[in-house]
Every structure is written in C-alpha cells, then in structure tokens.
Design a protein around this ligand. Structure first.
Ligand SMILES: [Zn+2]
Ligand SMILES: [Zn+2]
Ligand SMILES: [Zn+2]
Length: 156
C-alpha cells in the first residue's frame, strides 16, 4: 500500500509540474523573465547554449531541495515529490530540447500521434517571436485540437 501511495505521489507531482511549467512559461518567462527567454524565440547568437537555459538551473533547484530533504532528513513525501519534479525536468528536456528543437540530432522521426501533436503545438508557440500574444505554453499537454488533427493525418 505504501508503495502505491509513493508511486501516486510521483505521478501526481509529474502531472502537477505540467501545470507549473505552463504557468511559468506563460506568466514568468513571457513576463518579467522575458529577457532570459527571449533568445529562445529570437535566436540572436550562434552559441550552443541559450540564455533560456538558465531556466534549467532555476527549475532544478526545487527538485534538488526535495531530493535532499527526503534523503538526508528522511522526509519520505519530499523524496517522492523530488523524484516527480526531476522526472518531469528530464522528460521536458528530452521532448523540448532534443525531440522538438533537435539540439542533438536524434529522435527526429516519429509517426506517433501524441508526439506529432505536441511538436506541432510547440512550433505554433514559436510562430510568435514576441513576448505578447503567445499560445500553446504547455509542453506534454497541448490544446485538444492538435491531438485530433494528428490522429486524422496518421499515415498508415
Ligand atoms: Zn515561449
Ligand atoms: Zn519556449
Ligand atoms: Zn521551444
């Protein structure tokens, strides 16, 4: 039973993180921290790293704090929350930086309706190069129409 609860905490945290990521992207990255996110929308240099990558450091902190609390002070709940946050960060990196933006040239081709839908939605997000009037701020969950479109165009 305890194991089920722990798995539940990890999954719950993971799902909640999509909401946190959406809120942060929409109101903070496209808000007061636009100066860090801007070069992800208007690439103005040729370096591998973007100023936008600072967000990885910023987002890593709560995960590390929770893992440390869980590990050193034996706060079990904190440990599983920390695992959920860290797993989400890892998936975000795989999907956003590798699969969608191809910072490493792998995972390029897919016929999977889910992955095609989230890539299409994020490309729509990048159609807007300014701070205002954005859309599709989510990453692993996007507006339903993208999933429907993707299902319809499935190649057999
Ligand atoms: Zn953005
Ligand atoms: Zn972005
Ligand atoms: Zn992007």
């Amino acid at each position: 039973m305890a194991t089920l609860i722990n798995i539940g905490i990890v999954i719950g945290t993971f799902l909640a993180m999509e909401g946190v990521a959406w809120l942060t992207h929409k109101y903070i990255m496209h808000g007061v921290f636009w100066f860090l996110h801007k070069d992800h929308h208007q690439k103005d240099h040729d370096d591998f790293l973007e100023r936008n990558d600072f967000f990885f450091l910023i987002f890593a902190i709560p995960g590390i704090v929770c893992l440390a609390l869980g590990n050193f002070y034996d706060y079990r709940i904190a440990l599983y929350i920390g695992i959920g946050i860290t797993l989400y960060g890892f998936c975000y990196f795989l999907v956003h930086d590798i699969f969608i933006h191809q910072r490493f040239k792998i995972f390029r081709n897919t016929d999977n309706w889910y992955f095609k839908a989230i890539r299409r939605a994020h490309k729509m997000h990048h159609k807007h190069i300014n701070k205002q009037d954005g859309e599709c701020f989510g990453m692993l969950w996007v507006p339903f129409k993208y999933f429907l479109e993707s299902k319809k165009t499935k190649t057999i």
